[in-house]
Design a protein around this ligand. Structure first.
Ligand code: SF4
Length: 434
C-alpha cells in the first residue's frame, strides 16, 4: 500500500463545481458533508476572488448510516426555492460514494415526487444533472471532465433545436475547454469569434467567476454557457476537445460523436507555438476557414520574443507539476524554449514529497505550477513561476493568460524574468541592463 504525503492534486468534485459555475443559471450541489463544500468554496474563492455559492446536502452521522436520499431531496427543494436556478449540477463525494448512495435513482424518484406536487409548485423544476466524482477515483481534472460529459448527456438533444431558438448558422463548432483561467476562456472566445462562426464554449466561467463589481449581491452571477448552446452541440460540425484526461466512456466530445455523429478532435491545450499551431489548424479544418491575420501577427510577435529571451532560459532546468492537461501542454512549450524538464508530475501519482526527492540532486533553476508548490520551491531554494490553479498566495490567478500565442508570450516572459531576477538578486553589485 502506498501513501500520499503533501498531495499534488485536488479533489474531484472541486473540478465538477468549477464546470457547474461555468453554465448559465447553474447552482452546484454537493451530495456529502458540509466540510467538502466548504473546502471547495474556500479553494475557489481564494483563487477567483469572487463569492462562490455551492449548496450541500449536509450529511451527518445518521445520513452516513441510512443514506442521503431525504437530505438530497431537501437540498434540491431549498436550492430551487432560494435560487430559482435554470440548472442544478449535483456532484457526489467520497462519503456518498462509499456508502453506495444511488443518486441517479434518487433523482428519478425526486422527479416523480415533484411532478405529483407540481400543481402546488410556483417555481419551475430546473434541469438537473449528476456527476459521479469520488475523489479516491480521480483528481479535480477527472471531476472537471466528468461534469462536462454529464451536462452534455443530459442537455444535448437529438435535434439540438429545443433550446436553440432555431438560430443556427451554416457553421457551428464546439470547444470543450480544459481547466483554464478566466482570462484563457476570454481568449478562446476572442479566437472563435474572430472566425465568424457560431460556437459553443463549454464550460465558460469567464464572467461568472471573474466579473465586474456589483451594486447588489447576485446569487447567480451573469454569464456561463447558455443551456441552448449546450443543446445545440449535437448539431455542430465538430468538437474540439482541449486536454488529455481522456476517458472514452465518460467524455462529452466522444459522446457527441458516437450519439450524433459530431466529429471530435482532441488537441493539447494551446500553450507554446506548436500546440497553438495545432489548435488553429484544427479550427481551420473544422470551419473551412483560414486563421485571421490578427493571430498571425501575434504569432510573429511571439517568435520575436523567443529571439529576444532565449539566451536567458535556454538550458535551464525546471520542475513542472499540475493536472495532466496542463503538464502535457507545458512540457511541449518548455522544451520549445530550450528548458529541460527535470521532473514532471501530474499529481495523480506523484506527491510533493516525492517530487522533492526526485528533484533534489538535479539542480533545477525554477519550479513551475500552482501555489501549492511554494514549499517545494523553498526547499530547493529556487523561484516558483505561478500559473494554472490554484493561486492562493497572490492576486490575479484567474487572470493569468496561458493559452494561444498571447498566453504563451505571457508565460515566456514570466519565466525569463524569474530567471533574470534570481540572477540579479544573487549578485552583490547587481546589474541594470540585460
Ligand atoms: S472527503 Fe473527498 S470529496 Fe470531500 S473534500 Fe475530501 S477529497 Fe473532496
Amino acid at each position: 500500500m502506498s501513501t500520499t504525503r503533501n498531495a499534488c492534486k485536488l479533489c474531484s468534485p472541486l473540478g465538477a463545481c468549477i464546470v457547474m459555475r461555468g453554465i448559465e443559471g447553474c447552482v452546484p450541489l454537493i451530495h456529502g458533508s458540509q466540510g467538502c463544500a466548504t473546502y471547495i468554496r474556500r479553494y475557489g474563492i481564494s483563487h477567483f476572488r469572487e463569492p462562490i455559492d455551492i449548496a450541500s446536502s449536509n450529511f451527518v452521522e445518521a445520513t452516513a448510516i441510512f443514506g442521503g436520499r431525504d437530505n438530497l431531496f431537501r437540498a434540491i427543494d431549498n436550492v430551487i426555492k432560494q435560487y430559482q436556478p435554470a440548472v442544478i449540477g449535483i456532484t457526489s463525494t467520497c462519503l456518498s460514494e462509499t456508502i453506495g448512495d444511488d443518486v441517479k435513482r434518487y433523482l428519478h424518484e425526486y422527479k416523480v415526487v415533484r411532478t405529483k406536487k407540481s400543481a402546488s409548485n410556483d417555481v419551475a423544476t430546473p434541469i438537473i444533472f449528476y456527476a459521479s466524482t469520488p475523489s479516491y477515483r480521480g483528481t479535480h481534472i477527472v471531476g472537471f471532465h466528468e461534469a462536462i460529459n454529464s451536462v452534455i448527456e443530459t442537455v444535448a438533444t437529438s435535434s439540438g433545436t429545443e433550446f436553440a431558438n432555431g438560430n443556427f448558422e451554416d457553421v457551428r463548432i464546439n470547444l470543450i475547454s480544459g481547466f483554464v483561467s478566466a482570462a484563457d476562456l476570454r481568449e478562446l472566445h476572442e479566437i472563435l469569434s474572430s472566425y465568424g462562426v457560431c460556437y459553443t464554449l463549454l464550460p465558460d466561467y469567464s464572467e461568472t467567476l471573474d466579473g465586474g463589481v456589483w451594486e447588489e449581491y447576485q446569487r447567480l452571477p451573469a454569464g456561463g454557457t447558455p443551456l441552448r448552446a449546450i443543446a445545440a452541440m449535437s448539431n455542430a460540425r465538430g468538437t474540439i476537445y482541449l486536454g488529455n484526461a481522456f476517458n472514452k466512456d465518460r467524455n462529452g466530445a466522444f459522446y457527441l460523436q458516437s450519439k450524433f455523429g459530431v466529429q471530435m478532435c482532441a488537441v493539447n491545450l494551446p500553450i507554446g507555438i506548436e500546440n497553438t499551431d495545432r489548435f488553429f489548424e484544427t479550427i481551420n479544418m473544422m470551419t473551412g476557414k483560414t486563421m485571421p491575420e490578427k493571430w498571425a501577427v501575434e504569432r510573429r510577435r511571439l517568435i520575436d520574443a523567443y529571439f529576444d529571451g532565449h539566451k536567458y532560459c535556454s538550458g535551464k532546468g525546471a520542475v513542472l507539476y499540475g493536472d495532466i492537461d496542463f503538464v502535457t501542454a507545458m512540457r511541449g512549450f518548455l522544451s520549445e524554449i530550450g528548458v529541460r524538464v527535470l521532473v514532471a508530475a501530474d499529481g495523480a501519482e506523484v506527491d510533493f514529497v516525492t517530487m522533492l526527492e526526485m528533484a533534489a540532486d538535479k539542480k533545477p533553476d525554477f519550479v513551475i505550477g500552482n501555489s501549492k508548490g511554494i514549499y517545494l520551491a523553498r526547499e530547493l531554494n529556487i523561484p516558483l513561476v505561478r500559473c494554472s490553479f490554484p493561486i492562493h498566495d497572490r492576486i490575479g490567478g484567474q487572470r493569468i493568460l496561458h493559452l494561444g500565442y498571447r498566453g504563451t508570450l505571457n508565460l515566456f516572459e514570466r519565466i525569463c524574468n524569474v530567471i533574470l531576477e534570481k540572477n540579479q538578486n544573487s549578485m552583490q553589485s547587481g546589474w541594470t541592463y540585460v
